[in-house]
Design a protein around this ligand. Sequence first.
Ligand code: FAD
Ligand code: UDP
Length: 391
Amino acid sequence: MNVDLVVVGSGFFGLTVAERCATGLGLRVLVLEKRDHIGGNAYSEDEPETGIEIHRYGAHLFHTSNERVWEYANRFTRFTDYRHHVYSTFKGRVYPLPINLGTICAYFGRAFTPDQARALIAEQAAELAGRAPRNLEEKAVSLIGRPLYEAFIRGYTAKQWQTDPRDLPAEIITRLPVRYTFDNRYFGDTHEGLPVDGYTPWLERMADHPNIEVRLGADFFDLRDDLVGRVPVVYTGPLDRYFGFAEGELGWRTLDFEMEVVPTGDFQGTPVMNYADEDVPYTRVHEFRHFHPERGHYPDDRTVIMREFSRSAGRDDEPYYPVNTAGDRERLRRYREMARREDGVLFGGRLGTYQYLDMHMAIASALGLVENRLRPHFEKGERLISGGVDR
Ligand code: FAD
Ligand code: UDP
């Protein structure tokens, strides 16, 4: 095979590795992608009836405070000035998220100053009595008190994770900030925006290099014996699958999306509405037109919505979010040891490291892999061996 490097998977991790190796190191790179399109889960396409850009694998919002990633991303796309906001419906009323002073005032039905709200929440979080939170429920109660936890987090999290919040790690909830101001921007990063002409054109520009060949519909496992040991491989598929599930399956959550073209110009007045009540079967509804208010060509009598349902993933489902129970972490430790012994193969990305990685994290991690592993290998002949699993 006339290539210097094989990259398995064309998501942001794989394409960043491919682009940097082709452009920066002058290597010939073959990207294998088992789907019929590039881009991994960030892939987007126009809904044919309305021309509205939809994100097939769930809404993707780009945000980062990493200057290197921001500069790198801007080589391939310009960004709109979109700022993400989310609302939550609970028992027929709508509240702003993430939990902020506006949520607290609306939920308790009166005006609080920031100090009054802090005092109220401290009182409602007192049940932990200063003890370190051991799981998601305890962490959430320590941050926002029990009443807000039970309204906005418990039902939503139970629906989203299909796991008792007391069995989930505390870190999941620390992704959501709590603010004692009326600021309800969802992300606090320095840079935020959506690609002006969509995700897929951005991803295509990353792959557009004479030294990069992307082979679609190509499953690495059909070619594995011809590749491993003969050419360096960067693998971004599922870690447990690579080792034939020898240590058991790592737990994932998958999503089912129900898309609908609705005969109105505006279905919900906002891009994302969460549903906190446990008896509403979906977790949230996305309305894609609101991601691009600047686009003048969207119809004003139809809109595209997508209801999101969450469940545990079977082996044939798309793995979306690592569940990360204690059992998963133990299996992961053993898989990482196996990965370390796999000469000539580097593991990376969301599936290859069994980690929730946002796009900017996947790009940052891939840039690091190129500089710390691939460049020393190709320029100085250093042995290509995974230092565990590269994050
Ligand atoms: P992926 O995008 O998953 O790409 C991996 C690729 O490898 C896939 O294309 C897959 O088909 C391919 N592959 C796997 N096995 C094989 C094989 N055997 N042979 C060939 N190809 C194979 N990030 C954000 O920054 N903001 C968001 O709002 C956001 N929302 C998200 C919502 C959802 C529902 C999900 C799942 C993710 C979201 N992300 C978001 C993260 C983002 O989609 C990517 O997961 C992230 O950029 C990491 O990319 P990746 O390249 O590691 O993985
Ligand atoms: N979460 C919640 N209620 C909400 C939104 C989020 O309980 O209305 C919890 C839930 O457990 C979720 C976590 O906070 O998994 C992180 O939320 P985020 O919006 O970052 O989840 P994602 O969009 O990545 O699924």
